[in-house]
Design a protein around this ligand. Sequence first.
Ligand code: SAH
Length: 372
Amino acid sequence: MDKDFQEEFTQVIKFQPPLYKQRHQFVKDLVEKYKPKKVADLGCADCSLLWMLKFCSCIEVLAGLDICANVMKEKMHTLSPLPVDYLQPSERSLTVTLHHGSVAHKDPCMLGFDLVTCIELIEHLEESELKKFPEVVFGFMAPSIVVISTPNSEFNPLLPGVMLYRHPDHKFEWSQAEFQSWALETARCYNYSVEFTGVGHPPTGMEKVGFCTQIGVFVRKYPQTGESVLSEKPTEAVYKTVFKAVYPSLKDEKYLQNAVISEVMFTAQIIKHRLMSKHKEYSDDPERKSKFQPPMNCFSDYLGKLVVEKNMEPFVSGNEVYIPLATIFSFPKVNRLCGTFEKLCKLIAGKVTLSSDGSAVMFNTEHENEEN
Ligand code: SAH
């Protein structure tokens, strides 16, 4: 490489966004493409990739593994649910777990993942660990997809201040040919295909140098059968779980019930409010007032496509207002939350005041009238 040319670039190479963000974005894009449900990040360090992935709505299980418990513990609180997660539980379930251990050891908690990411991990492994790594990740964990990123040593002369390796803890840094030959051999051994790419483009005119971070995306050639997942894998647990968060989810009956009750009450209040304003229009006429029934279509403007049947009409009787459950169930949000009318009835039973036959939500307006 021409020395002047090289010096010119060492002055200006600065990745925007920073390289670590580009690596994490690469993983996020891959998650959005393949939609894995279970993702494990090996060598997860400060959990920043895991934090980013918790917002991917397809993921239901996220796990991190690192040999250094302290680095994981520093920011693991960022993986805990926030108050808003309890106020508005998500429709998906999400469990986040952090394990302390080495990628050189097998542990059953790492089985069953769809995607395993190893971002800037392998260059930190001792020779003996690197030898065991393919058998643990590709042989034992055997996810559908593995992503491995590692520095491309050919790029180093372009980086300011890099003498031997980019980081003092790196045990090696590979050229493109070295990484590709290791990756191809690993893929061949464990029946994966592998494609190479990277992040951090080389400057124009120096494309041969390759990406600053080289990436191999491994895809398992054959689907795993239930049998192969379970057989030959009688390993004992060796990792230590240091963190576990189960996010509130509407898949959990307790959160679903709360969400349904508040949605039912909110919907019933809207209908009641509309009904009462109509009712006021009639109040000058004492005969009509006592047994008020609104015109059938008076809710159609905000009930959307609701087909108003006779038994779905809300009505006022004395101080009591009745909003049929069938009407409430026809609101899209209530409908989507419950799925069936029977489920709606079951979830609100004993929690919401109903008419004696259980077919309508009942409000007593006596005190409201006094206040007014
Ligand atoms: N993946 C992170 C950081 C990588 S740094 C990111 O994308 O930013 C490498 C990490 O691998 C460090 O946190 C280090 O503690 C961890 N590590 C090193 N050897 C390991 C091993 N044998 N098993 C698991 N983690 C290891």
